[in-house]
Design a protein around this ligand. Structure first.
Ligand SMILES: *[C@@H]1O[C@H](CO)[C@@H](O)[C@H](O)[C@H]1NC(C)=O
Ligand SMILES: *[C@@H]1O[C@H](CO)[C@@H](O)[C@H](O)[C@H]1NC(C)=O
Ligand SMILES: *[C@@H]1O[C@H](CO)[C@@H](O)[C@H](O)[C@H]1NC(C)=O
Ligand SMILES: *[C@@H]1O[C@H](CO)[C@@H](O)[C@H](O)[C@H]1NC(C)=O
Ligand SMILES: *[C@@H]1O[C@H](CO)[C@@H](O)[C@H](O)[C@H]1NC(C)=O
Ligand SMILES: *[C@@H]1O[C@H](CO)[C@@H](O)[C@H](O)[C@H]1NC(C)=O
Ligand SMILES: *[C@@H]1O[C@H](CO)[C@@H](O)[C@H](O)[C@H]1NC(C)=O
Ligand SMILES: *[C@@H]1O[C@H](CO)[C@@H](O)[C@H](O)[C@H]1NC(C)=O
Length: 707
């Protein structure tokens, strides 16, 4: 027993066992059997350890000469999944080729003073505004002048609006962002001081140190620089220049699914945010989603990562725009658990490469219109002037989220999505895909809810009240009694007429008020639609879902290169467009087959799932039953647990309110100090609606006192 315990201790969570792919076959097995190590030994296999943070997944290896050993496991009803390292699963969202020459850098050298940050920054439009802002913020990085995404002097307003955040001393302190990529040059003077070794690992070479080793391992370092390049005299600076970055190397060679799963949870009590600028290929041909052990890893990160508040997964929407690719066909970006970020260029326009989809939450700046992202590069004092694509947008968003978490580390993965929805600013309003939603917000499949604004999201986060536990409910269409699928009528228009969507295939599901109440759904967040559709040429289809309020999400777009005859088997589309809509009424699925009349299809079924915030007290009343049924999703440690109890909530509001108002008064000699208090220490009281109200009043009072 003792030996077993020591063995387990040694092997627990260890993923760095030596692989011997030339002589051994590797598998994973999913089991709750605590004696899996002993069992493996009795079956002549070798137990290699738990897979990452997944307690039910284990590595097993057997000699290549004895493949029959796998049958011994199968006889015990243990399914072994082969783990074959593959090179062609994950693709960097590399910057697409330029469409226009780079604009020359016309910047002068500015003389700088060293001063402590004052309370107010001048406007860019003020005389010497730009120089004064740099001086006040003590920015001496020579490349800052090229970092228009941080402060744009030429196309004013087209930047992440971060200087007003930095001037409050909010720079990402105490937040760690892991870059899942092709390595990280931790010796670069721009990254050395912010490098977090304990959160880093190389899953390609199975060593601790994720340094770039191949010629083109520059992508991860560039992404890291965008987030946390140190404020110094080298290159530029990161949007959260006092955050820490970990490097998790997964894109430089072969990797198994089990190792990718371990990477997605690597050091997940230390790493807060995972910045992911990669995914399935962007050629517009495939519909690929993480399955099995990978889904388990993402769910595990959401349930248990960051001490139960949920790992923040940020994914680039993809660079396949020109190939008609769409981020609803990529299972990482299409997941409710990830924040999908697309790109806009320095003019605020949609670049040709950036993929659109209904799952896209926000956009931020990257290459296009001759602009690029200036950042750190691999090699002593090297800088890159050519970072771009949605690869560069996702890390910029991850850096902004680091600013948010440095102010409010208690926020959950869903809180962060709410903050994105509430703070994003619609952009390029002449684009015809913008629609005004019942919430009053606007959504566009190319821009999501709009552009991420660092100042707005941080200000909103300060007083944000955490959302309650997540609940969900599903309904499925009935399959025809004879089990005969319904034929999808092809409505390819005759020459020079347009498609009439009202003639397309439709199927309606009715969501009743009783059903919504039974599942305690009080506020709608994500909507997912799982479809089974057969088609001889998948790329011909456009798939839309229309809510009871007439809001239409484009789930699937026609894709010129998608010639697959696999159709859509249990494919789940996700949309954020129905956020906070009333869910009661008829939901209509439309399948438009408007191309290539020679290819036909049939409809089998669809399932509508609504996800959102639960009613006050819903999970408390039915807590044990939900735990038994496994329908309770939210981790036990989370902030929601206490807020779920109405009584407790009322009682503690008063006390928190009093305490915080007292503290605010005692510290608030100016409005600035109030803010500083909110941010500086990490012991502030979780704001409630009442607190926010008080806080706002106080600010107004202070400000008017000054006048
Ligand atoms: C940008 O930040 C400034 C503070 O630095 C703020 O006054 C302004 O409203 C922000 N811009 C937007 C569009 O919210
Ligand atoms: C300004 O930044 C430089 C590094 O670039 C640092 O050495 C110096 O101490 C800073 N000064 C102030 C006043 O923060
Ligand atoms: C989780 O809690 C532990 C102990 O309180 C702390 O050391 C660690 O930093 C926390 N991790 C995160 C991600 O908040
Ligand atoms: C269809 O439109 C094209 C150009 O828009 C035109 O050249 C052609 O004559 C039209 N054909 C018919 C049948 O109207
Ligand atoms: C689709 O998923 C459901 C539930 O996971 C499963 O029961 C069903 O067999 C799947 N259908 C196909 C065609 O794979
Ligand atoms: C909803 O759909 C049902 C069945 O398809 C139909 O009978 C009903 O009239 C619809 N309700 C509305 C408000 O459209
Ligand atoms: C608890 O569950 C029961 C039945 O499952 C349901 O009737 C009741 O409304 C639930 N409680 C709350 C607060 O929703
Ligand atoms: C738990 O499962 C049982 C049996 O399927 C069901 O009747 C009950 O409503 C479920 N309770 C909750 C709260 O989901």
């Amino acid at each position: 027993m003792k030996i077993h315990a020591i063995l387990l201790l040694l092997l627990h969570g260890v993923t760095c066992f030596q692989r011997d792919y030339s002589n051994r076959l590797y598998y994973t097995v999913k089991t709750t059997n605590p004696n899996i190590a002993q069992l493996a030994a009795t079956l002549d296999a070798r137990y290699e350890g738990q897979v990452g943070e997944l307690k039910q997944h284990h590595w097993i290896s057997i000699p290549k000469s004895s493949p029959h050993i796998t049958r011994r496991f199968h006889k015990r009803d243990m399914l072994l999944s082969p783990q074959i390292p593959s090179r062609h699963r994950l693709f960097k969202r590399a910057p697409p080729p330029p469409t226009a020459p780079v604009l020359e850098n016309t910047e002068e050298e500015y003389k700088l003073n060293n001063q402590t940050p004052p309370l107010n920054l001048p406007l860019l439009t003020d005389t010497d505004g730009y120089t004064r802002i740099k001086t006040i913020l003590n920015i001496t990085d020579p490349g800052f002048d090229q970092q228009w995404h941080l402060l744009n002097r030429n196309e004013m307003g087209h930047d992440v609006n971060v200087t007003g955040v930095w001037s409050q001393g909010i720079t990402g302190k105490n937040v760690i962002v892991a870059i899942l990529d092709d390595g990280l040059d931790m010796d670069h003077p721009d990254l050395r001081a912010n490098y977090f070794a304990e959160g880093s690992y190389d899953f390609n070479n199975h060593v601790k140190d994720p340094r770039p080793r191949l010629q083109d391992d520059t992508h991860g370092t560039r992404c890291a620089g965008e987030i946390a390049a140190v404020k110094n005299d080298i290159c530029g600076l990161g949007v959260a220049y006092e955050a820490k970055v970990s490097g998790i190397r997964i894109l430089s060679g072969e990797i198994t699914e089990a190792d990718e799963a371990a990477a997605l949870n690597y050091a997940y009590q230390e790493n807060h945010i995972y910045s992911c600028s990669w995914g399935p290929p962007d050629l517009g041909e495939v519909a690929e989603a993480p399955q099995g052990i990978l889904l388990d890893a993402i769910q595990n990160g959401i349930d248990n990562g960051r001490n139960g508040t949920g790992s923040i997964y940020v994914f680039a929407s993809g660079n396949g725009g020109a190939n008609d690719d769409n981020c609803n066909f990529d299972g990482y970006t299409n997941s409710i658990f990830t924040i999908t970020v697309g790109a806009v260029d320095k003019m605020g326009n949609h670049p040709y490469y950036s993929e659109k989809c209904a799952a896209q939450l926000v956009v931020t700046y990257s290459s296009g219109s001759g602009g690029y992202i200036y950042t750190t590069d691999v090699g002593e004092n090297q800088c890159s002037e050519r970072h771009g694509g949605t690869s560069a947008a996702a890390p910029l968003a991850a850096g902004v989220f680091a600013l948010v978490l440095s102010v409010r580390p208690d926020l959950s993965w869903r809180d962060l999505q709410h903050l994105c929805v509430q703070s994003a600013i619609p952009i390029s309003l002449d684009d015809d895909d913008w629609s005004v939603l019942p919430s009053g917000r606007q959504f566009n499949h190319k821009y999501g809810y709009g552009i991420l604004d660092a100042y707005r999201i941080v200000e909103l986060a300060k007083g944000f009240r955490s959302v309650r536990a997540q609940t969900h409910l599903s309904i499925t269409s009935e399959i025809d009694v004879d089990n005969t699928p319904l034929s999808i009528q092809d409505i390819t228009p005759v020459a020079n007429t347009s498609i009439d969507p009202s003639t397309a295939f439709t199927s309606t599901l009715t969501m009743t008020k009783e059903n919504v109440q039974k599942h305690g759904l009080s506020r709608l967040e994500h909507v997912t639609v799982t479809v089974n559709i057969e088609h001889q040429r998948r790329g011909d289809l456009e798939i839309l879902v229309e809510s009871p309020n007439g809001v239409s999400s484009q789930l699937g777009t026609p894709r010129k290169y998608d010639t697959s005859s696999d159709g859509l088997v249990n494919w789940t589309f996700m949309t954020v467009k129905h956020w906070e809509e009333s869910p009661v009424g008829n939901w209509t699925l439309r399948v438009v087959d408007g191309r290539n009349p020679e290819y036909r299809g049939q409809f089998i079924d669809w399932t509508l799932t609504l996800w959102g915030e639960s009613e006050i007290g819903f999970f408390m009343e039915n807590k044990t039953e939900h735990e038994k049924n496994g329908t309770r999703k939210e981790p036990t440690q989370s902030f929601m647990d206490t807020t779920n109890e109405d009584e407790k909530e009322e009682g503690s509001f008063g006390l928190y309110g009093l305490v915080s108002v007292f503290m605010l008064f005692s510290l608030a000699s100016t409005a600035y100090v109030v803010k500083k208090y909110m941010l500086g220490t990490h012991q502030y009281v979780k704001p409630t609606e009442e607190d926010t109200y008080e806080f706002d009043n106080l600010l107004t009072q202070e400000e008017s006192d000054e006048d």
